[in-house]
Design a protein around this ligand. Sequence first.
Ligand SMILES: Nc1ncnc2c1ncn2[C@@H]1O[C@H](COP(=O)(O)OP(=O)(O)OP(=O)(O)O)[C@@H](O)[C@H]1O
Length: 269
Amino acid sequence: MTAAQAPQRLKRGIPLALRGIGKSFGEREVLKGIDLLIPAGQFVAVVGRSGCGKSTLLRLLAGLDQPSRGELLAGSAPLEDAREDTRLMFQDSRLLPWKRVIDNVGLGLSGNWRPRALEALEAVGLADRAQEWPAALSGGQKQRVALARALIHQPRLLLLDEPLGALDALTRIEMQQLIERLWQQHGFTVLLVTHDVNEAVAVADRVILIEEGAIGLDLPVELQRPRARGSARLAALEAEVLDRVLALPPAPPEPEPLSPLPTQLRWAL
Ligand SMILES: Nc1ncnc2c1ncn2[C@@H]1O[C@H](COP(=O)(O)OP(=O)(O)OP(=O)(O)O)[C@@H](O)[C@H]1O
């Protein structure tokens, strides 16, 4: 990031404060009092074993679910007040197949949104595909459209729930670089949930590991950008996080959900 971009970054991003955030589903306590301060414009990667509560945390931040206890703040105001400034992106692009690419980007907008949608598509390198149907795009291109759909709203908080999980390795690196570039240009705060520790240390300012419902590791990644893939420093950071994740015994398997239907019918559904 250049010095000229820094002030804009501070202006654009939402500073987040999570105070004693807990979430239970019935008897199961998934998050057990998370305290976290995220400065405006910081790029945070959230990692942890499957089922540790990463998506749950993102859903709470996106307002899709409510915490069982604790407070979510944007600066000193409730995060709820910044809902319009928050966008969430998932592993699947969730494009509407019956709408053209540009109409997917402008979904829900009124007025003269087309020039802005084209601009957002330009930013993700897909302006020339605006009039096509989603079915004509590759997985990576669909995710780019989903990113454009988030960008058109000029988010101040971008929540990314494993958005690159289904992509091949090369496309994944290209998308990481695109997200990093857009983050540098726009200055939003980012929380990226990922299973890929290599990805986490490559793109984030900070890696947070969730284990047993709490923050098990909070690791700053103080490496200059652009970061050289495969550098010894990145590998050392990756090993530090992985060692911590793997040192824990695996979580016990979850019980099968009880079905009210006879077994043979369950498999036919
Ligand atoms: N709506 C829900 N009702 C009941 N339990 C839920 C609900 N949502 C999540 N859980 C449980 O909360 C725990 C954490 O789920 P979550 O999806 O947040 O994990 P995760 O870390 O994102 O997992 P993964 O990496 O596999 O995507 C799991 O045990 C899951 O079954």
